[in-house]
Write a protein that binds this ligand. Structure first.
Ligand SMILES: NC(=O)c1ccc[n+]([C@@H]2O[C@H](COP(=O)([O-])OP(=O)(O)OC[C@H]3O[C@@H](n4cnc5c(N)ncnc54)[C@H](OP(=O)(O)O)[C@@H]3O)[C@@H](O)[C@H]2O)c1
Length: 251
């Protein structure tokens, strides 16, 4: 298995993105970290380069909904690090309300950030990977992509199902080439997003276990992975099969 030395992570200023950055830094990888909160990125970069003096950590301010900037920032990271070996499309938003209850703006913002901006990130990453004829694209989807979700998860789940289908399609497109594409579907992992959800997060994994599990799944370069695998892999089979009336009570 190729060691992916230069790794770009979007949404690296907190939660899963930050947790992955810490683990890849400890494994000696160079990092390109972006998000809107650059103060947090700069603090993280300073800490990581002090702890792991052999690595390079580049940072940039990026709002993934500014699509032109996504292309510019990815290309400038590639120039700075001499190429990119892995891009993790992780930036995401957990906003959303039941459809038809007056929250179109929040639902649209969720879909734009998690799906349209994910498309921009995949386009920018794949341009670089096609030029290099190498690279690993990782899309952070969600367990909520497995089937239509009720309540405040409807738009979020739809955006994540779209992101998963996007990654799966790109994987089919580059099948047989040196480019790899992975879709990761986290269950609930402690982060700013889960703490904002008002406590209704069953089976939540701690941030450390979640990040360990994500990095393990990504390093394996499997096509699709539920993380942590327990209990989310068996639950994915069960929840897909349940009648909708039972399903809506459980999620
Ligand atoms: N935690 C879970 O249980 C869970 C489960 C399934 C999937 N996920 C997915 O995992 C990813 C990370 O979420 P998290 O749980 O770590 O949440 P989080 O702590 O809220 O982190 C979200 C990250 O995305 C960035 N972000 C949000 N909107 C952005 C924008 N417009 N432009 C650039 N960056 C943006 C944030 O950075 P700035 O605010 O600094 O820009 C932050 O770094 C998301 O895609 C989420 O959907 C999480």
């Amino acid at each position: 298995m190729t060691t992916r030395k230069r790794i770009l992570i979007t949404g690296a200023s907190s939660g899963l993105g930050e947790g992955m950055a810490r683990r890849f830094a400890a494994a000696g990888r160079d990092l390109a970290l972006c998000a809107r909160r650059t103060d947090r990125l700069d603090t993280l970069a300073a800490e990581l380069t002090e702890r792991h003096p052999g690595i390079r950590v580049a940072t940039a301010c990026l709002d993934v909904n500014a699509h032109d900037d996504v292309f510019t920032v990815f290309r400038s990271f590639a120039d700075e690090l001499g190429g990119l070996d892995r891009v993790i499309v992780n930036a995401g938003l957990g906003k959303g309300q039941p459809i038809g209850t007056g929250y179109f703006a929040a639902n649209r913002q969720t879909v734009e950030t998690n799906l349209v901006a994910a498309l921009a990130q995949c386009e920018a990453a794949m341009e670089l990977f096609r030029e290099q004829n190498a690279g690993h694209l990782v899309v952070v989807s969600s367990f909520s992509a497995i089937r239509g979700m009720p309540r405040n998860m409807t738009a979020y789940g739809a955006s994540k199902a779209g992101a998963a289908a996007l990654a799966d399609g790109i994987r089919a497109d580059v099948h047989g080439t040196p480019i790899r594409v992975s879709t990761v579907l986290p269950g609930f992992i402690e982060s700013e997003m889960t703490s904002r959800s008002g406590g209704r997060t069953p089976l939540v994994a701690g941030a450390d276990r979640g990040a360990d599990s994500l990095v393990k799944a990504i390093e394996s370069e499997r096509g699709t992975a539920y993380v942590p695998p327990w209990p989310w892999t068996p639950l994915s089979v069960l929840l897909k099969a349940l009648p909708v009336g039972v399903f809506r009570k459980l999620v």
